[in-house]
Design a protein around this ligand. Structure first.
Ligand code: PGA
Length: 268
């Protein structure tokens, strides 16, 4: 696990977009795992910019999103379908046949979960998975629980997640209570993972993910077992790491202060 602290949210987007675009340059038919929420917005903005300014070619790229609410149609402005088309898909030359999100309106959600998981496996698995992190340590919609759910599954959202996401809705009562999410094994099978965190409200979750025990009650902690994880956080989300890490822990997780000092390492 390599942790990089960047000076602000804009820089987080720049660095994350460089990693994603580097992946596409190196492997034009990459399978990307994509995240929604407020954190990756600057990354998507910079990816669109790289497409427009430098002609980054998405035509052979395949995408799988982490999750989708159950019960929201694709054209609902709070669905993750809508979010992805709004912030990335309609701005770049992705082949629509290669875009995948779980269908939260499927009549049979269990079958939808199975089909989604199979589609990922049939493509050979994800090359690069982008993740945000919830204040409760969730990745995708894998909520804190007594056990890890391995594969794509239906989730009952925790109250703190519903409340955190209420800011996107007119009222908390409108936030769906269920979602479809990739499982922990689906995520862990990705060849490379990039975890993004922004804001002081994520500082504790980041610290717990990077430094504390690996447990399903803190789902992001499982990433400590992944062989290729880059954590990019802006200053606010880094406060617990800065304050609480011992020197030994810092050495263990290859702790750097500035991502631009480490571009060679990211690229290697
Ligand atoms: P956020 O959500 O990017 O909107 O903070 C991240 C998450 O809950 O996984």
């Amino acid at each position: 696990m390599r942790v990089f602290i960047v000076k602000n949210y804009e820089e987080l987007g720049v660095q994350a977009a460089q990693i994603v675009s580097g992946q596409i340059y190196v492997k034009p038919n990459s399978i990307l795992g994509l995240a929604t929420g407020s954190t990756p917005l600057s990354m998507y903005r910079h990816l669109v910019n790289i497409y427009q300014e430098y002609g980054l070619d998405f035509s052979e790229v395949t995408t799988f999103n982490l999750d989708e609410y159950v019960g929201l149609p694709e054209d609902d402005k709070n669905s993750y379908h809508y979010y992805m088309y709004n912030h990335l898909f309609r701005h770049v030359n992705l082949d629509r046949m290669k875009i995948h999100l779980p269908d939260g309106m499927a009549v049979n959600i269990d079958e939808e979960c199975l089909a989604y998981e199979k589609a990922i496996q049939d493509c050979g698995g994800i090359d690069l998975q982008v993740l945000g992190i919830g204040q409760n340590g969730h990745i995708g919609f894998n909520e804190p629980d007594e056990k890890f759910e391995a594969y794509t599954h239906e989730v009952k959202l925790k109250q703190d997640t519903i409340e955190a996401n209420a800011r996107f809705f007119d009222d908390v009562s409108e936030v769906p209570t269920r979602a479809v999410s990739m499982g922990i094994k689906t995520i862990m099978q990705a060849k490379k993972v990039v975890l993004l965190a922004n804001g002081s409200n994520k500082a504790e979750a980041v610290y717990r993910a990077v430094c504390e025990s690996i447990t399903p009650t803190n789902p992001a902690s499982i990433l400590q077992l992944h062989q290729d994880v880059i954590v990019i956080i802006e200053e606010g989300a880094a406060t617990y790491l800065r304050d609480r890490l011992t020197l030994q822990q810092k050495e263990r997780i290859l702790f750097f202060n500035k991502i631009h000092e480490c571009n060679g390492i990211i690229a290697s």
